[in-house]
Each structure stands twice: as structure tokens, then as C-alpha cells.
Design a protein around this ligand. Structure first.
Ligand code: TNX
Length: 502
């Protein structure tokens, strides 16, 4: 018997073929059971296969039967999928599993020239519970249609977290009733705007933001696809819009000459002023009410040196709180922020610098970005960790050595092989602290949607397989065979405008 060519990404936990028989897809396939997943499935499968999928009426036998069963032994995101002479059955214990079964079915159906599926049985469930992708919408703005397509593409790759980097020095993108100035004034940059021009967008007025209504719609769109949205409000650095609107939150003293890594001045909130925390309490309260996710990302990365070191108010805070040094002040700041998040019944996530000064409670979650060692350190210190080492997961970095290749290079070049070949749990003893992995798409160089796609794909496909497939089943060579041409044609179909090297 020859193994039929099927190209599923991410590769399922197990696939068994049953002889050489095949099941012919009818011209108008039907789905039964599993509402509301089945309605979405009909839409997606019709688009992907060019056939008219419909919800079956109960009297006729259906092409696909979706069943919720008590226990599959595969968790809430797991499913099993059977193709026999009688048709296709997908079983799962929750909608998430049914949805993922449908994604796999979609890949069995396209590309598929014969219009027939081999008899098989797939048993599948994810390796990690946190399978994320991030998007920076501040350095360049991406409209809601792009964000929806991005979420759809995440879901098709069985990724389940969208980390939405909503605020940074180059634009505030989330509408808040408590501080409407933030979007009215600093969602825009340009020659005559509150924020100066940056990242090649020149003198013209450039920017945009999402209204609360639009955000709620996107949350709903994501939830239907088993994607949780974790919003990020990045503090205390990366806060230029905040300090433009509310300069009273800046440190005292001569601070304008201090610059952040990205060469931005006056983007750091003062740790000595109580007003800073009063401001953050209101912001966090409104963000917590808007997003159903139990997590809020509060940043904590890349605090520029200088302002806190020379600020009399920060010096006073250090003394009053008995803090040892500036690192401890940073820890103090993020721990106070964590408490504000916890007051809203949520858990704070932060970039690995939140461990500086050893003040932040271990209930916070750490996104380890600088290198894998940072993740190991945080896990050893008792934090749950999301592994996002730039060397493997930063898709804003160039994907080839070629100097003409777009993208940053501060952590080297992230080839497709590097995005695929890495182990998120370098030390088995820390396994239970590693919640999962995440890719990041920072947008300094993402001048438009085509460029964003070019940087994200196909590296995102590699990330998805590292996040989902058991380590022992991963093989870069095999992945590439599934990627080209089959999966690349799916990316085209899903609207990916341009893609990077394979
Ligand atoms: C570091 S990752 C940053 C971002 C940049 C990114 C560019 C992190 C927490 N901070 O502000 O956009 O590098 O790769």
C-alpha cells in the first residue's frame, strides 16, 4: 500500500490510513451537528473547496458529522477525525476541538484535485496550551480587515492566542472613554500632529485606531475561531503618546536628552508620581472590562536609562519604599501594575524585564523574548513562561543573509529553518512552567500589508508546528514537503498577499 499524499500543517499527533479506499466528496457536501461551529465550517469549506457546503437537514445522511462527546482523552482542543465509506466524522469534547477538526478537514479538501479523501483516522491534540502570535499595530497601523484576516490565518494554523500590541511610541490604537485624548490626539503622527513623523511615513498625517465597538467585534470574530485576544498596554517605557497627552506624568529634571533604544525621548512614565498609578488604574480597569481574556499584557520592556536615575521624585520613591536600586524601582513599578491588573480579576503578562529587581509576584506570566536563557531564568525563578526567543520567533527579523532582504537583524537572521528547528523546553525539569510559545511581528519595517505577510509567512507555519506537534514528530524536511506546494497554495487562497523564502 502506498501512503496517500496529504499535507497537513501543523502535523497531527497520529494519522492512520485504512487501506487504499477513498471517499468521494459530493458536489454539495453537508454538515450536521456541532452548531455554531458547523455554520462557520460551511462558510470556510465552501470558500476553500469551491463546493457548496450546507448544513444538513436531519433526515438525510450528512457528509460530515460533528459530534460532541464527553471524553476523547484528547483535551478540549483535541479531536479525532475519521474518513470511511460512510463519510467523515469529527469527534471532540468541546467546540475548540470540533473547530480544529474542521481546519484539518479543510486541508484534506484543498488542494485535492481528485475530490476524494483517503480512508483514515486522525487523532490530534496540541503540545502546548499557549500558541500565540503577536502584532504591533503602533509602529505601523493595520486596519480591522487586516486584523481579521490575520486572526483567521492564526486559527487555520491552530494558533489560539493573538497578542495585540496596541500601544507604543508611534501611535495609541485603543479607544478609551477614560482618556479620549489618547486616540483623538496620539493615534496620529506627522508634521502637524501631536506625534512626530516616524518609520518612513513622512510628514503626512498617518495613523488610526480601533473603536471599542470595533474591538468587541474583533474579539467575537476571534472567539468563534478559538483565538483569545490578549491586549498589551506597554508601560513604563514605550509611552510617548501618554506623555504627549499628559506631560505631568514625566519625571522631573533635565530628561529630554535621554533616548530609548528606538531613539525616542520622553517616553517613560515617572515611577515617583502617584498620578502615574492613578492613570494606569483607570486604563487597566477599562481594558479589563473590554477584553474577556483573563490576561492583560503590561509590557515592561526596554526602560530607557536616565530619567528615573536623575529624578528627585523617583529618588524619593526609592527611599520611601526601601528599594535597593533602579532595578528594584522597576520591579516595584511592575508589581504595582500587576496588583492593578489583579484588582480587575486578571493575570498580568509582561516581557522578561519584569523579573528585574525581583519584586513582581510569581503569579505573573513572563514572555521571554531576548533569548531562550531569559525564559529558563524566569521559569527557575518560579514564573510561568511563554517562550518567544527573538532568534527563532521574531518574524520582523530578516529571513535571509542577503543584505537586500527586508527586516531588522539585531538578533541575527531568522531563516525558515531557525523558525522550525528549536526546542521550547530546553530543560525537562522546567516543562510544567512553559505554557507555550509565541511569534512576534513588530512593525517598524512593515511598511504595508504585503510586507507584513511577507515577513509572517511561511515562518508562522513553522511556529504553528513547533507549538502544536509532538516534538518527536517534527522534521524540517518533512515540513517543507508539506509546505510546498500544497500549503503555500492554501496561503494564497486565504489571501496572503506575498510570502517570504521557503
Ligand atoms: C524589541 S521585544 C522590542 C520592540 C521592538 C523589537 C524589534 C520587545 C519587548 N521590545 O520594541 O519592536 O525589539 O524586533
Amino acid at each position: 500500500m502506498t501512503t496517500p499524499a496529504i499535507s497537513i500543517i501543523p502535523l497531527p499527533r497520529s494519522i492512520e490510513f485504512d487501506g487504499n479506499s477513498r471517499f468521494e466528496l459530493p458536489c454539495a457536501p453537508t454538515i450536521t451537528g456541532g452548531l455554531p461551529v458547523s455554520a462557520l465550517a460551511c462558510k470556510q469549506l465552501s470558500k476553500d473547496t469551491g463546493r457548496q457546503w450546507q448544513i444538513a437537514d436531519a433526515s438525510a445522511p450528512a457528509t460530515v458529522l460533528l459530534t460532541r462527546i464527553e471524553e476523547t482523552g484528547l483535551g478540549r482542543e483535541g479531536y479525532d477525525l475519521d474518513v470511511t465509506d460512510d463519510g467523515i466524522t469529527i469527534r471532540a469534547s468541546a467546540d475548540a476541538g470540533l473547530f480544529y477538526g474542521i481546519q484539518t478537514l479543510g486541508q484534506l479538501c484543498f488542494p485535492n484535485e481528485e475530490g476524494a479523501l483517503p480512508h483514515l483516522r486522525i487523532k490530534d491534540s496540541p503540545r502546548f496550551t499557549w500558541r500565540g502570535m503577536h502584532l504591533d499595530v503602533s509602529r505601523h497601523f493595520f486596519n480591522r480587515e487586516f486584523v481579521r484576516r490575520y486572526i483567521d490565518l492564526l486559527a487555520r494554523h491552530k494558533l489560539n492566542v493573538f497578542h495585540w500590541h496596541l500601544t507604543d511610541d508611534d501611535g495609541w490604537r485603543i479607544e478609551l472613554d477614560c482618556f479620549p485624548d489618547l486616540t483623538e490626539r496620539t493615534a496620529w503622527r506627522g508634521k502637524n500632529e501631536a506625534l512626530p513623523p516616524s518609520y518612513d511615513t513622512g510628514d503626512e498625517r498617518y495613523g488610526g485606531y480601533y473603536s471599542k465597538r470595533e474591538i468587541s467585534d474583533i474579539i467575537e470574530y476571534a472567539a468563534a475561531r478559538n483565538v483569545m485576544i490578549v491586549p498589551e498596554i506597554d508601560v513604563p517605557g514605550h509611552c510617548k503618546p501618554v506623555t504627549v497627552c499628559y506631560p505631568e506624568l514625566l519625571c522631573e529634571g533635565e530628561i529630554s536628552s535621554f533616548k530609548s533604544v528606538q531613539d525616542v525621548s520622553e517616553n517613560l512614565l515617572c515611577a515617583g508620581r502617584d498620578e502615574t498609578f492613578a492613570f494606569l488604574a483607570e486604563v487597566i480597569k477599562e481594558v479589563a472590562a473590554l477584553f474577556p481574556s483573563p490576561y492583560i499584557h503590561m509590557g515592561g520592556d526596554e526602560r530607557p536609562e536616565g530619567p528615573w536615575e536623575q529624578c528627585p521624585l523617583c529618588a524619593h520613591r526609592i527611599e520611601a519604599e526601601g528599594l535597593e536600586n533602579i532595578d528594584a524601582l522597576q520591579g516595584y513599578f511592575m508589581e504595582r501594575v500587576r496588583t492593578l491588573v489583579a484588582d480587575q480579576g486578571k493575570t498580568m503578562v509582561g516581557w522578561n524585564e519584569i523579573t528585574h529587581g525581583e519584586k513582581v509576584d510569581q503569579s505573573a506570566i513572563v514572555t521571554a523574548w531576548q533569548d531562550p536563557e531569559k525564559g529558563i531564568e524566569a521559569a527557575r525563578a518560579g514564573y510561568s513562561v511563554i517562550m518567544a526567543p527573538a532568534q527563532h520567533t521574531y518574524f520582523d527579523l530578516a529571513q535571509r543573509d542577503d543584505p537586500s532582504e527586508p527586516g531588522l537583524r539585531w538578533a541575527g537572521v531568522v531563516t525558515l529553518a531557525k523558525a522550525y528547528e528549536w526546542e521550547p523546553i530546553p530543560d525537562p525539569e522546567l516543562a510544567k512552567r512553559v505554557l507555550g510559545i509565541q511569534g512576534c511581528l513588530w512593525s517598524e519595517t512593515l511598511v504595508d500589508e504585503a510586507r507584513a505577510d511577507y515577513m509572517a509567512f511561511p515562518r508562522l507555519c513553522a511556529l504553528a508546528e513547533v507549538a502544536w506537534t509532538p516534538a518527536g514528530r517534527q522534521s524540517f524536511l518533512d515540513f517543507k514537503e508539506r509546505l510546498v506546494p500544497a500549503h503555500m497554495s492554501r496561503l494564497d487562497l486565504a489571501g496572503v498577499i506575498e510570502h517570504g523564502s521557503v
